[in-house]
Design a protein. Structure first.
Length: 474
């Protein structure tokens, strides 16, 4: 049985600059399958790392002759690249089973199987055990009807099997299968933040989130349950990647690893292992937790944490309530101040395009962000991702005007507001970036900042003319 995992050719979000992340999702699946079924021949094809276009992808599929092809999906904006990959599989290997998963296909399983005949099976939700059982069922030539967590076609009908319970102990998962891409691991990088020569890896410390933001796809995907690996298990994986693959920059992909005891224990584990001076890691936290756990910040910095991202989202309390964000602008101000005092790079995200947004309200947000002065500000447009409360409400009210999934990337306006057309929302996004990064004083201070991460970031952005890229995007 030959199983091919594919990270298809696709474009990455331009604002991140020149970067290439490892295909963490399929590396996890490949490692889990390898650990549980020794009879399967596995290959991982990362089209970005190997610089493979669609034509070469076709040849590689033909050469490997897979029985099953599992394609990385993740975000809604990648829907068509996933479908195109499956279409190529069916062209060169019609009998191969095509399998997809991720948040978009999980919530849109019925619609996707109707729309894309080239997709055979959709793995819904958490994929490891489900994909393993699917493989075993295929090898044993038994019916897919007993594999919980999948949707598939049978006799012209779409079958949605019952959901699968979540994995109880995430510590039992193997490390991601970097050995499947060992010849290309040196190509993974995040140039803007860590430089082109620093090896870059992703790491998952937890799954899910206890919060219920209306625009977020994550908490529903993980059934509103937050599960976390032990601090020792997380540190073990960091050390494994550090010693075996030379990875020095780690992005903890968690939606909310929290700033509580697990984070303090993780810092202690990293410091105890005596390589914290040789690594840098980044994670996402809530600004109110940064404020509540401010005493932890010096230890974070000592353990190699140079960079924290948090969702400020808005300057407006009514907008934050509409997002069910349960923070306030004062939390944001205090968080930025605390991070700067501890020499930790602060990256804040903001969302425009909420239903009540107007030119005046967005102008006030720009003023708030300029006064706040985080090290990096990322502005996004409220996007109705399937599976979110925002999507459900927008569908009911007919607000969605663009159904091209490729544009669901948080930089294309999908909906108007009560006061702004889609075109005007789009222009407001550019004005947000121009207002923040167009400041000569901010750019100058960034380029000559004492914080090495900020200094590198602003010099990189200047060299790449990020503002011109944004303007040319629309």
């Amino acid at each position: 049985m030959r199983v091919l995992f594919v990270e298809p050719p696709k474009e990455f979000w331009f604002i991140m600059g020149e970067y290439l992340p490892p295909p963490y999702g399929i590396l996890q699946l490949a490692a889990f399958l390898e650990s549980r079924n020794k009879e399967v021949e596995i290959e991982v094809l990362d089209c970005q790392a190997e610089r493979i276009d669609w034509k070469r992808l076709e040849r590689r599929i033909e050469s490997f002759d897979p029985n099953i092809v599992a394609c990385s999906g993740l975000s809604t904006c990648n829907t068509y690249t996933v479908a195109q990959t499956c279409s190529i599989v069916k062209k060169v290997r019609p009998d191969a089973l095509t399998v997809v998963g991720g948040q978009h296909f999980t919530v849109m399983a019925q619609e996707s199987l109707k729309a894309y005949p080239e997709i055979d099976v959709i793995v819904r939700g958490e994929g490891e055990q489900t994909f393993l059982e699917l493989i075993n069922s295929l090898m044993e030539k038994t019916s897919f009807s007993k594999v919980n967590g999948i949707s598939f076609r049978h006799d012209g009908n779409i079958i949605n099997n019952p959901e699968r319970p979540l994995i109880e102990n995430l510590d039992d998962l193997p490390y991601p299968g970097y050995h499947f891409v060992k010849d290309f691991v040196h190509r993974y990088h995040f140039t803007m933040m860590a430089g082109a020569k620093t090896r870059y890896g992703l790491l998952e410390g937890s799954r899910g989130c206890p919060y219920r933001c209306t625009f977020c796809t994550q908490w529903k995907h993980w059934k509103g349950i937050w599960r976390v690996k032990s601090a020792k298990r997380i540190a073990d994986e960091i050390e494994f990647c550090y010693r075996n693959y030379g990875i020095r920059f780690f992005w903890l992909t968690d939606d909310n690893l929290t700033m509580g005891k697990i984070m303090e224990d993780l810092c202690d584990e990293i410091i105890r292992r005596e390589f914290s001076d040789d690594i840098m890691w980044f994670f996402q936290a809530r600004c109110d937790e940064i404020v509540r756990q401010k005493k932890l910040l010096p230890k974070l910095r000592k353990a190699g944490n140079y960079w924290i991202l948090f969702g400020a989202e808005s300057h407006n309390n009514s907008t934050l309530r509409a997002f069910n964000k349960s923070i306030n602008p004062e939390d944001t101000k205090k968080a930025v101040k605390l991070l700067k005092e501890n020499d930790i790079f602060s990256q804040a995200t903001f969302i425009i395009g909420e239903r009540n947004d107007s030119a005046e309200s967005i102008a006030k947000m720009r003023e708030f962000v300029n006064d706040l002065d985080p090290d990096l500000a990322i502005f996004m447009i409220l996007t109705p991702f399937p599976g979110t409360e925002v999507y459900e409400k927008a569908q009911q009210n007919g607000w969605i005007k663009d159904k091209n999934w490729s544009n669901y990337d948080m930089v294309h306006a999908i909906m108007p507001t009560e006061h702004l057309s889609r075109e005007e929302v789009q222009e407001e996004l550019y004005e947000c970036y121009r207002s923040f990064y167009g400041s000569f004083n901010r750019r100058l201070k960034g380029i000559f900042s004492k914080n090495k991460l900020k200094r590198r970031t602003y010099r990189y952005m200047a060299s790449q003319a990020i503002m011109n890229q944004l303007k040319n995007l629309f």
